[in-house]
Design a protein around this ligand. Structure first.
Ligand code: SF4
Ligand SMILES: [Zn+2]
Ligand SMILES: [Zn+2]
Length: 311
């Protein structure tokens, strides 16, 4: 198998593009594809400061790497979820990545903002771990962006993530989730940063290959709470379809974004107001994050006396 660009031996075959690349040309393809995505979807301009949400995994570190190489002004944001060895390991990967490149990394321990680590939140509130974690991540990332003057937050979601999310929403016809599915979520309130996903047209395999070829040291272990997640089953199904017909995931997602989403968007306009406690955008009087902090604080008082919560 030969590289389409230079004719040398290829290291990766991209069946959905009916092509193959050597290491250097694949890295160049990946960078170009990301920059083209940012441009076509009007995600951000070259001079805008970007807050990159990093988890220590291959996708977010690959994104941070591309943006740095392409000369964007980036700062990394790592939320320490307090998930034992997984959090220690993933934080170390982010810190090493930043220090090797002289990049700026902000670290926010969730325990200081919520009053408990993510595993403790689950025990205190009995909410599903990933739901409390997702809510905290969205809120704290947005809060960090606003407090530090970033208008844009970039995340490392890839094509597999986005196609699996869409697949799940379609299976249950979740209209609200369908209306929100987009690689660019504009700031619909002065209290919300724009959220963008520059890798949304690149597959998980491609981000893994890019990270490997660029020598990025990322955490290979998945979060222990991801085991058995429904989204992993959706990814398996989509991978089988993709193996049978390369390009299926891309066509599924891009077809939805181009042709179907506008209809959902029209019907799902919501009015946002400011949370009476923290001031962030919400649809109710007290935002979901402040309610979560209250629940954790209440349960902690009941069990063992007062604990401090920073939010
Ligand atoms: S899998 Fe882990 S990191 Fe992801 S939402 Fe669930 S608890 Fe949070
Ligand atoms: Zn080549
Ligand atoms: Zn609030």
């Amino acid at each position: 198998m030969k590289c389409r660009k230079c004719g040398e031996s290829a290291v990766i075959e991209l069946r959905r593009h009916n092509t193959a690349y050597c290491a250097d040309d694949f890295v160049a393809f990946f960078r170009h594809y990301t920059v083209e995505t940012i441009r076509k979807w009007k995600m951000f301009e070259k001079e805008e400061p970007i807050l990159v949400a990093v988890s220590g995994g291959k996708d977010s570190l690959a994104l941070w790497d591309v943006l740095t190489l392409e000369g964007y002004r980036t700062t990394g944001l790592y939320l320490d979820l307090g998930i034992d060895e997984y959090s220690k390991g993933s934080r170390a990967k982010c810190e090493a990545f930043a220090s090797e490149r002289g990049a700026k990394l902000e670290v926010i321990p969730v325990i200081e903002e919520v009053g408990a680590s993510i595993p403790e939140v689950q025990i205190a509130t009995r909410r599903p771990t990933c739901s409390a974690c997702g809510l905290s991540k969205r809120y704290l990332t947005n809060q960090a962006a606003l407090a530090r003057g970033f208008a844009v937050v970039a995340t490392g979601h890839n094509l597999d993530d986005e196609a699996a999310t869409l697949f799940g929403s379609v299976l249950r016809w979740q209209e609200e989730a369908l209306s929100r599915q987009s690689p660019v979520l504009p700031a619909s309130s002065p209290k919300l940063a724009r959220r963008v996903k520059p890798l949304f047209r690149l597959t998980e395999l491609e981000t893994a290959a890019y990270s490997f070829l660029r020598g990025i040291d990322y955490i290979v272990e998945e979060c222990p709470f991801s085991k058995g997640a429904t989204s992993l089953h959706y990814k398996e199904v989509l991978n089988r379809l993709e193996a049978h017909a390369p390009g299926t995931k891309h066509a599924f997602l891009l077809g939805y974004l181009d042709r179907i989403r506008p209809a959902f968007k029209r019907g799902q306009e919501v009015t946002l107001r400011e949370c009476i406690r923290c001031g962030q955008a919400t649809t109710s009087e007290l935002c979901a994050f402040c309610r979560l902090v209250d629940e954790v604080s209440h349960k902690s008082h009941t069990i063992s006396g007062p604990v401090s919560a920073g939010a």
